[in-house]
Design a protein around this ligand. Structure first.
Ligand SMILES: *Cc1c(COP(=O)(O)O)cnc(C)c1O
Length: 387
């Protein structure tokens, strides 16, 4: 064990089952280990490094801003967050953006906006947020309560009240909850990431969106993992052709620095007023300058490249020996393997490729622009490890 690993195991809170790899540097989709080995990165820091590690244009954008003004607080105007918010609204048709520092914070904001809108519209009893079983929305108490997986809940009771979880596809359960006490918001991931990379059925997504609109319930789409080009569209909801009222996003938006954003559509654009919400670091100029660099390059050509790489991976892995199923959308792919997923991932590490897991699946979240030769090598290593 390296010195770093010993220090980490002694002093860092024991919350992560880390893989036995210490990383020291990286460029694009290649990372260097402390052992001197090169690794092909098929996880992008969990869908964060959309253009790979230390991407040149991103690096220039953040270092320029770092030298000018790294932080100012939200008591003053700064250009990078205003610019990034304008770009997000122009690309989505949403009207306003609140910036935080993580996916959980983006969802916290989404939940507050949905609750305030509904309390003002339908009264103080209207606070229930409906989410899906097998979902993942974050680790804060409210987003943990929103998360529809019991094993995350067990030792943190009592959870934040006012969350109900329905099975994907079960419109009757939603209507039954709404009939008891009016629903204040519905929150979904179009592809359940931590839940095993499971896309929702298009028919269900449309039924939910239609119901939410008819009943005047804000529809929140959690695009923390699916967003910012990962799905093959700018946001995964665009693949389904729906118009959410609130979109939360984070991970890939920053290109490597912490950022979260809650995008508010026409229905809820005026819900938040001064004092309702805030964040000391939210809209940080350096993170937002990086976001501007990233978002400006998620264009049609890049998205076409994402879809092509996705098709290549599905084609290579579907039906391959030792692989039972391949699911996902764009460059967010889950592979159900005959061998335990963690064992497959460990084998790939030995052969110089870093994969992730999600539940019982191997999870692929490569950089959106991963060079084809590296992708081919990485996929070959995975196939070999699954045999
Ligand atoms: C990762 C993730 C979150 C939480 O994001 P953090 O930045 O870790 O707080 C929320 N929702 C989804 C769908 C995620 O994948």
């Amino acid at each position: 064990m390296s010195n770093t690993q010993t220090l980490d195991k002694t002093y860092i809170a024991n919350t992560y089952a880390r893989f036995p790899v210490e990383l020291v540097s990286g460029k694009g989709s290649l990372l260097k280990g402390a052992d001197g080995k090169d690794y092909i990165d098929m996880g992008s820091g969990i869908a964060v490094n959309g253009f790979g590690a230390a991407d040149d244009l991103w690096l220039k954008a953040v270092t320029d801003q770092l030298g000018k003004l790294p932080h100012s607080s939200n008591l003053y105007y700064t250009a990078p967050d205003a610019k990034l918010a304008e770009m997000l609204c122009q690309r989505t048709g949403m009207k306003r953006v609140f910036f935080g520092n993580s996916g959980a914070e983006a969802n916290e904001c989404a939940i507050k906006v949905a609750r305030k809108y509904s309390a003002e519209k339908k009264g103080p009893n209207c606070y229930t947020i409906v989410t899906l079983k097998n979902s993942f929305h974050g680790r804060t108490l409210a987003t943990l309560s929103a998360t529809g997986q019991d094993h995350y809940h067990e030792l943190y009771q009592p959870l934040v009240p006012g969350f109900e979880h329905i099975a994907p596809g079960d419109m009757d359960a939603l209507k039954a909850i709404d009939a008891k006490t009016p629903v204040a918001g519905i929150m979904i991931e179009c592809v359940q990431g931590e839940g095993g990379v499971v896309p929702l059925e298009a028919g269900f997504v449309h039924a939910l969106a239609d119901y939410a609109q008819a009943q005047d319930i804000p529809l929140v789409v959690d695009e923390v993992q699916t967003g910012n080009g990962r799905s093959g569209q700018l946001y995964a909801y665009m693949t389904f052709g729906i118009r959410p009222d609130i979109v939360s996003t984070a991970k890939g938006l920053g290109g490597g620095l912490p950022i979260g954003a809650c995008l508010m559509g026409e229905k809820v654009q005026d819900v938040l007023t001064p004092g309702d919400h805030g964040s000391t670091f939210g809209g940080n100029p350096v993170a937002c300058a990086g976001g501007v660099s990233i978002l400006s390059r998620i264009d049609d050509a890049l998205l076409e490249g994402v879809r092509q790489r996705s098709a290549y991976i599905f084609d290579q892995l579907t039906g391959a020996p030792g692989i039972e199923a391949v699911s996902g959308l764009g460059l967010m792919i889950g592979v159900k393997t005959v061998r335990p997923a963690r064992e497959v991932v460990m084998k790939c590490i030995e052969n110089g490729v870093l994969y992730l897991t999600a539940k019982d699946r191997v999870r692929l979240l490569p950089a959106l622009n991963i060079p084809m030769d590296l992708l081919e090598k990485a996929v070959a290593v995975l196939k070999e490890a699954c045999r």
